[in-house]
Ligand binder design. Structure first.
Ligand code: HEC
Length: 147
């Protein structure tokens, strides 16, 4: 399980690993990390429009916990540890915790970001379940609250 203490204790070697992982992705070498989403309501194939685990959902805390680990393994290399952007990619805490924010979040994780044939962000929904991605969204929202 990931908590703040663990993240603060990340070694320089780990950080270098994150940077190298980012480069591997940039070359299209995708190594998604499996995310266990037991404890969260299953959502099926069809995407829902809004984060189903958002407060005051009783599953919010669980979603944040799962999302923290999933974010660290799949998004942090580009979007920054603890969702604090280091400048490589946008700071996800800037997204509003509402319908519009959800719409944009969902658009990007499903479509990725490709310009002139270069993949700036892979289609994360090809590798992670909808449940895992909304859990990540919940984690990012919890980080926004601490901004
Ligand atoms: C290989 C690097 C990389 C990885 C890994 C990555 N992203 Fe991104 N992401 C980007 C870049 C670069 C952009 C900006 C794209 C643009 O504006 O053209 C972006 C944009 C976004 C946006 C839109 C933000 C905004 O303010 O416009 C969201 C939401 C997002 N990413 C979510 C995620 C999530 C969630 C994950 C993990 C599941 C993830 N990304 C993994 C590079 C990455």
């Amino acid at each position: 399980m990931v908590n703040k203490k663990n993240l603060a204790g990340l070694s320089a070697a780990t950080l270098l690993g994150v940077v190298l992982a980012g480069q591997a992705w940039a070359h299209g070498d995708v190594t998604p990390q499996a995310v266990a989403t037991e404890g969260l309501t299953a959502l099926g194939e069809e995407w829902v429009d809004e984060n189903p685990y958002r407060k005051p959902s009783p599953e919010y805390a669980k979603a944040v916990e799962i999302g923290a680990s999933a974010y660290t393994q799949n998004c942090a290399r580009c979007h920054g540890l603890e969702a604090i952007s280091g400048g490589i990619a946008p700071d996800l805490r800037e997204l509003e915790s509402d319908f519009d924010g959800d719409e944009w979040f969902q658009y990007r994780v499903r479509n990725g970001a490709v310009r002139d044939g270069a993949v700036y962000m892979p289609k994360m929904a090809d590798y992670l379940s909808q449940e895992a991605l909304w859990a990540i969204r919940s984690y990012v929202e919890s980080r926004r609250e601490e901004m």
